[in-house]
Ligand binder design. Structure first.
Ligand SMILES: NC(=O)c1ccc[n+]([C@@H]2O[C@H](COP(=O)([O-])OP(=O)(O)OC[C@H]3O[C@@H](n4cnc5c(N)ncnc54)[C@H](O)[C@@H]3O)[C@@H](O)[C@H]2O)c1
Ligand SMILES: O=P(O)(O)OC[C@@H](O)[C@@H](O)[C@H](O)[C@H](O)CO
Length: 492
């Protein structure tokens, strides 16, 4: 890319090959969806599904993309008339590139709270989607309600311009109820169990913090007019790196600061309980089901758990990307055993049909994607419970020893105990935990400090050692015998 490379825009779209712009919706489409959290994943996944659905069945399903926190994505998109490109890289190196124009408006939610509330309240809006990461829900997994004593949620409920995703959503719902607009469907797309039911509960729990005169009518309206549907999403979309932006500029001859790069595989399973109309997503591969439980168990317990185990152990073994880590023989043997003996059986018990391990690893280990282990290792406290701890607790309840999952959980604890400069920088909650764990001298002491923080670690297990006890044992093995040896011994 040179300084003379023109920026992607409606005016510059003619510079792109016609095949790349063939699916673009007409510039005049109106907004039908509000999305909170337009990160890389939304731009590659829901926005592409929506663009393809509009090509299959025209409709006013433009997306108003609202950044819950920052404004860099909003600025990048505005500077490009909301156009950007998605590059889908296959494992065999064949790329598919498309221009995406499904996003028709942007809002920086913290600075423009009224615009966001107005967009959610608008009569044309019929669907709200979210990808705000696990931490963005600010919930307590033990209760499924908002974390108690969270100052950010409390401040939002007191009436400041909302800064939390749930606060922003509720203020929008409040504006919609006051406007008397049509029913609305809310679709969270983060990797959380029963994410629709969870978000519905969080909206309720936020409403309960409001003054009674506001809470009662709003809760009644939400119960009658808003459907919270659970979804299961799947597509590897790593954080865009500068090298990706440079490559897009070189290949296309236009600079695209909002470009995303992901794999070609894309799936979306959606609970079919809509309160009103929606895009024809089923025409372009989305599946509508009565119960997302079985595919969700496969996604969280087989796919995401494999990635988390790969990330924590891979980083300890010195790898940087998923592709690099899954090609290590020691790690691959361990991952195969974890999948075969613990994770896949737990998904089958929930009614799921896990993919073949080798096929999954070929997909996740796509050598043409730089999926960084450091990205997957973020926000462990919000990811491990549903991916590894809950299945391990089920095995313990059945009298089995989930030593393979416990090694992956222990690897995350071990990673937190690596001095900050010798491991990747983690999210603020993980860094806080790392500081708390640092003085602990023994594995059991470190795990005990996590018992109230990592949901499920101390679940009732009768007279048997609980998951926490087994994690402490695995942590001791990692610390005393070394990561490579512990991984080899666990795989048997
Ligand atoms: N990237 C993937 O491959 C992938 C695949 C499946 C599912 N997902 C889901 O999508 C989520 C987002 O992934 P991404 O790749 O777009 O990440 P990203 O970092 O590119 O974007 C995350 C978005 O969420 C917002 N956000 C982050 N923390 C928040 C908080 N505490 N409160 C409010 N907003 C917050 C960010 O501002 C950003 O808009 C993941 O956490 C996961 O749940 C991602
Ligand atoms: O929260 P993470 O980063 O562990 O997971 C997000 C993605 O890595 C993950 O969901 C995938 O990329 C993908 O969907 C796996 O098939």
């Amino acid at each position: 890319m040179t300084t003379a490379t023109p920026r992607l825009s409606r005016a510059a779209r003619g510079r792109l090959p016609a095949a790349l712009t063939a699916e673009l919706p007409s510039p005049g489409i109106a907004t039908g969806i509000v999305h909170l959290g337009p990160g890389a994943f939304h731009r590659a996944h829901q926005a592409v599904f929506t663009q393809l659905a509009m090509a299959a069945e025209p409709g006013d399903w433009g997306i108003c993309a609202a950044a819950s926190r920052g404004r860099s994505t909003v600025e990048a998109l505005r500077a490009q008339d909301h156009l950007y490109t998605v590059t889908e890289r296959a494992a065999d190196g064949v790329d598919r590139i498309r221009a995406v124009g499904a996003i028709t408006d942007t809002v920086a939610a913290r600075e423009e709270p009224e615009r966001l509330a107005a967009a959610i309240a608008a009569p044309g809006t019929r669907v709200v989607t979210l990808t705000v990461t696990e931490g963005g829900y600010r919930h307590d997994p033990a209760t499924g309600r908002l974390a108690p004593d969270d100052p950010e949620t409390a401040a939002d409920a007191l009436g400041r311009a909302p800064r939390t995703a749930v606060g922003q959503l509720v203020r929008g719902l409040q504006a919609r109820s006051r406007a008397g607009a049509e029913p609305l469907t809310v679709l969270p797309c983060d990797n959380l169990p029963r994410n629709g039911r969870l978000l519905g509960g969080l909206v309720e729990s936020f409403c309960e913090l409001l003054p009674e005169s506001e809470a009662a009518p709003l809760l009644e309206w939400v119960h009658e007019r808003v459907a919270f549907c659970s979804t299961v999403v799947d597509q590897v979309v790593p954080a865009t790196a500068q090298a990706d932006l440079d490559r897009v500029a070189d290949e296309l001859g236009v600079a695209d600061a909002a470009a995303v790069v992901g794999e070609q595989y894309r799936s979306w399973v959606i609970e079919d309980r809509f309160a009103g109309p929606r895009p024809a997503w089923e025409r372009v591969g989305a599946q509508f089901v009565g119960d997302v439980g079985p595919p969700e168990a496969v996604k969280l317990r087989c796919i995401n758990a494999t990635l988390t185990a790969t990330a924590c152990l891979g980083l300890l073994l010195g790898a940087e990307t998923v592709a690099e880590a899954v090609n290590r023989l020691d790690l691959r043997r361990y991952l195969r055993a974890l999948y075969r003996d613990e994770q896949a059986p737990s998904a089958v018990a929930a009614g799921g049909s896990p993919p073949e391990f080798d096929a999954l690893l070929t997909r996740l280990g796509n050598p043409n994607l730089s999926h960084r282990l450091a990205q997957i290792a973020q926000q462990g406290i919000g990811k491990l419970p549903q991916r590894l701890v809950a299945p391990a607790a089920e095995h313990v309840r059945r009298g089995e020893d989930p030593h393979l999952a416990c090694l992956a959980i222990a690897a995350w604890v071990h990673l937190l105990r690596v001095p900050a400069g010798a491991r990747p920088q983690l999210d603020p909650v993980s860094e806080e935990l790392a500081a708390e764990l640092a003085p602990a001298r023994y594995a059991t002491e470190a795990v005990d400090l996590l018992r109230d923080r990592l949901h499920g670690l101390s679940e009732e297990s009768g007279s048997r050692p609980d998951v926490g006890d087994r994690v402490a044992e695995a942590l001791r093995a990692l610390e005393v015998r070394g990561v490579h040896t512990a991984v080899q011994e666990a795989a048997g």
